[in-house]
Design a binder for this molecule. Structure first.
Ligand code: NAP
Ligand code: GLV
Length: 309
């Protein structure tokens, strides 16, 4: 039995060392080095090159090193009979919640605009909003969305959330299903997307949906670039329906130099780094799943193959 790590960034050694530190007896390979493919039972991957999951005859688990698994479903060459797991981790959730709080505070206190004014040496005080008067709506009340909603409510925001199935969360008004989406949107001043990217949610943030938000609403997309129809967002920013957007994720990453988001005064950008798996925090669940493979036990954090998340 052995583990292979497949990712195209410079973090293979970081993950290898964290796994070895947790259990020095583990056999861990980088996909870039010579390795016995028939021994591999677990692949720990992040945005792997298409085709790199083939040729492992004894693979028992494809483990996403992040919360999202959309990139795995998008690979037509992946072995479809192998279970997929994902990361569920308290730090990943609290990092996301902190990021969203920072973005929302910067927006309601005009910090992005003041930065732009400072560059032009402009002294121009602006009306600000108060936390208690601001309604934040969260699309997706899963591991990240639920904690973010709860934390924002504890800070004093009016918080509402929408998901596929009905949830019950302290101090958060919850909505579920297509029938309740309109009501949810009509009272949301700041919309935060924390949905997984699936065939159902692809292009979800389009002109029809964003157009149902009240005039002056603000969008925070920290889920995936594929949720957003970029042209629709630009149209709604330019016609004044939306006051701005803060984006962490894009259709193509890094965002191509010529993309209009880079220079749009109402678009604020972060480079897909809202919340990143912390190796020390997430390695124990991966090692536990590796042990479970060995003992033929049920895997933790298994992805529903039908739902795609
Ligand atoms: P999760 O636990 O699977 O939660 C997903 C939520 O979305 C659930 O509440 C689910 O509803 C809801 N949902 C899914 N499809 C839906 C649909 N068609 N209609 C309505 N609701 C739907 O996911 P998570 O761990 O919170 O992560 C969410 C996403 O965040 C990830 O998939 C990833 O793309 C993104 N992410 C981004 C970063 C970053 O740095 N930017 C970091 C980590 C994750 P039910 O509960 O009813 O099933
Ligand atoms: C990051 O985007 C993740 O899905 O964990």
């Amino acid at each position: 039995m052995a583990i292979v790590i497949i990712r195209q960034d410079k973090k293979i050694d970081l993950w290898k060392n964290a796994l070895k530190k947790a259990d020095n007896s583990l056999k861990v390979y980088s996909y870039l080095e010579e390795h016995p493919k028939e021994e591999i039972t677990m692949a720990i991957i992040w945005k792997h090159p298409a085709g790199s999951l083939t040729g492992y005859p004894n693979l028992k688990c494809i483990a996403s090193a992040g919360a999202g698994v959309d990139y795995i479903f998008e690979d037509p060459t992946r072995p479809t009979n192998v279970p997929i797991t994902r990361i569920v981790d308290p730090l990943l959730a609290s990092d996301m919640s902190e990021h969203v709080l920072a973005v929302i505070l910067a927006h309601i206190k005009n910090l992005n605009t003041y930065k732009q004014q400072q560059i032009k040496s402009l002294w121009n005080p602006l009306e600000y909003s108060r936390i208690k008067d601001t309604t934040v709506g969260i699309l997706g009340l899963g591991e990240l969305g639920a904690l973010t909603a709860q934390d924002l409510a504890n800070v004093g925001f009016q918080v509402q959330g929408w998901s596929r199935s009905k949830k019950s969360l302290d101090q958060v008004t919850t909505f579920a299903g297509k029938e309740e989406l309109k009501t949810f949107l009509s009272s949301t001043q700041i919309l935060v997307c924390l949905l997984p990217l699936t065939p159902e949610t692809k292009g979800f943030l389009n002109k029809d949906l964003l157009g149902q938000l009240p005039q002056g609403a603000f969008l925070v997309n920290v889920a995936r670039g594929g949720h957003l129809v970029d042209g629709d967002l630009l149209m709604l920013l330019d016609n004044g329906h939306l006051s701005g957007a803060c984006l962490d994720v894009y259709h193509t990453e890094p965002l191509p130099e010529a993309h209009p988001f880079w220079n749009h005064p109402k678009v604020h950008m972060t480079p897909h780094y809202a919340s990143v798996s912390d190796t020390n925090s997430v390695v124990p669940q991966l090692v536990e799943n590796y042990r479970r493979i060995q003992n033929e036990e049920e895997l933790m954090n298994r992805v529903d193959m039908e739902k795609g998340y």
